[in-house]
Design a protein around this ligand. Structure first.
Ligand SMILES: NC(=O)c1ccc[n+]([C@@H]2O[C@H](COP(=O)([O-])OP(=O)(O)OC[C@H]3O[C@@H](n4cnc5c(N)ncnc54)[C@H](O)[C@@H]3O)[C@@H](O)[C@H]2O)c1
Length: 293
């Protein structure tokens, strides 16, 4: 089934980016949020971001034509005509399950249902609907208009048709989808990054290596574009901590408890680039000044 209309539920950081790339790819988009203020913010952020891409010649078309494909609103009824619904509301299983049971009663029989969850099992969310075969994980990386990766996650009951259609849809957005064959905590990328990032933090905590040396080592020795501690600062240490904690709670064997140093930084409000300090210190423009300790 060719996807024409996409509904995105949740117009925050991820949902607005997902709506933007769908509109840029030519889809008709319905962007829905329970909070009208978030809708206004999303409209402005999409307009600004598309404007930058257009002025730099990165994408074709005008801001008006791309923005004109997106209808913004607070009613879930807008998802009725969608061929693909992507949910990007708060990372809370209760909130997501109630959104999905509501959408299940609204969406057409053929609609593909995809969640952008980072940590909640796809099969748990699929069970809130009457059609788990059409339910899939579609995990974008932020900022969505910049990052090429999308993890497509097979839930316990996801059909091959749903999985293949989702991979094709993500490719059509200009993304590079990778398939996660089992619905495991952390999927593929957060599982790998969790192991590496936590180990890097434990080595700093134990005084084995300095922050900047560990990052530089990964750049020079493994061709990383930036080291794991810089990546953690950029993503937000609170986001990283919560993802590692949830993975640990789901399966302590695959993910040990998050490092105490990370927990302490989060408690002290040192969340990385967004607060001006994490493993490094940053100036008001977010430029790195030097290591924090
Ligand atoms: N932030 C990231 O880097 C990142 C990366 C990958 C995946 N994710 C996942 O994407 C999802 C969204 O994350 P975010 O960073 O965009 O969060 P966010 O807080 O920026 O946005 C969440 C939005 O959901 C809306 N919302 C909450 N409850 C709702 C409801 N019942 N109905 C409609 N709208 C509702 C909120 O008003 C808000 O606008 C989460 O599942 C998160 O784990 C985040």
């Amino acid at each position: 089934m060719a996807v024409q209309t996409v509904a995105v539920v949740g117009a925050g950081f991820m949902g607005s980016g997902i709506a933007q790339v769908c509109a840029q790819a030519g889809h008709t988009v319905r962007l829905i949020d329970a909070d009208a203020a978030q809708i206004d913010k999303a409209r402005k952020s999409i307009e600004w971001s598309v404007g930058r891409f257009v002025s730099k010649g990165v994408i074709e078309g005008s801001v008006e034509s791309i923005l004109g494909r997106v209808a913004f609103g607070t009613s879930f009824d807008a998802a009725r005509e969608a061929d693909f619904v992507i949910e990007a509301v708060y990372e809370d299983a209760g909130v997501k399950k109630s959104v999905w049971s509501k959408l299940d009663g609204i969406c057409g029989a053929q609609t593909i249902l995809g969640s952008n969850t980072s940590t909640i099992p796809i099969s748990l969310l699929a069970a809130a609907t009457t059609r788990p075969g059409q339910f899939v994980g579609i995990h974008f990386f932020g900022p969505v208009p910049m990052m090429r990766l999308v993890e497509v996650i097979r839930g316990q009951k996801t059909t091959d048709d749903t999985l293949n259609a989702t991979v094709a849809f993500a490719r059509g957005l200009g993304k590079n989808p990778i398939v996660v064959n089992k619905d495991v905590p952390g999927f593929l990328m957060n599982r790998i990054f969790g192991a590496m990032g936590c180990e890097a933090i434990r080595l700093v905590e134990a005084g084995v290596g300095r922050v900047e040396d560990i990052d530089q080592g990964m750049v020079d020795g493994f061709n990383f574009r930036m080291g794991p501690l810089s990546i953690a600062d950029l993503s937000g240490l609170d986001i990283a901590y919560n993802a590692f904690r949830v993975m640990h709670e789901m399966d302590p064997e695959i993910m040990p408890a998050p490092p105490k140093l990370l927990e302490r930084l989060v408690q002290e409000g040192k969340l990385g680039v967004k607060t001006g300090e994490g493993f490094y210190k940053y100036d008001a423009a977010g430029k790195k000044i030097g290591p924090a300790f």
